[in-house]
Design a protein. Sequence first.
Length: 312
Amino acid sequence: MTTETLSPRTPGKPRSTMPREVVRRRRYGGHAWHPTLGTGPLPRVLTLLALALMTVIWLVPFGWGVDTSFKTEVDASASGADWIPKAGFTLDAYRTILDQGNLPVWAVNSVVIAVCVTAITVTISAMAAYAFSRTLFRGRRVLFAVTIASIMVPPQILIVPLFRQMLAMNLVDTYAAVILPQVVAPAMVFILKKFFDGIPRELEEAARIDGAGSFRVFWSVVLPLSRPILAAVAIFVFINTWNNFLWPFISTSDPQLMTLPVGLSTVKDSTGLRNAQESAASILGSIPLLIVFMLFQRQIVRSVATTGLGGQ
């Protein structure tokens, strides 16, 4: 247990071994102390109220979408904000989407594409970040500056060049056309590079003394120490890839290769504007991400706390 000194140490007088929390409570008049919230109950209460307000702001639209998905089209299109529909709740919107769409195929495509993009992106980003962090070569700073500058390039600008490139390589309407353009993630390279900068070089030097090469040091020393940040990057890339609509929509026209967001949009367009079906399609598309969040919520929360620019 960590300890803290109650007063400056005087010669011949041992330091206090009182637990830090007890010291802080005595120092701040018996109130709990937090490095961000400060002392006393008021900051904590205000913080909890702010969090509760933000939670309500997020949950109300989500709850309204779920409620709308169980309404008839007449009730869903009616003016007003009635949570309980006059005609009662129904599953017609979900039945329409399941009947007219090919949800199993689209879901499998989304899983395959998201997993492949995540695996390739994490691998490439980790190796590039380690090279920027530990390798000295001519033009290293310029290349890293170009990598950082590419973060500011809107993805929409690259759609036409990427599509022409896929067309020239005869990859349109293939998994490769959807996957390959999404594996370049300069922001993830930057985040991983900052984290690698914080790893003590002494650990790598000890491994080199034992005869390990550069790749062995990277694989056996650096990556095991980087599991939290790698998990964070993998989660962010997976969620972004799963939600990506524009590029899969442009690079594929075969219904058997469509992802879930693209496939659900075709079902909605074929039946016109339907509020209940719009909501049902959105709910179906978000269910896998909700499952991922529930399974990996601890890693997601930890990643938010450990992916600062300091990498710690």
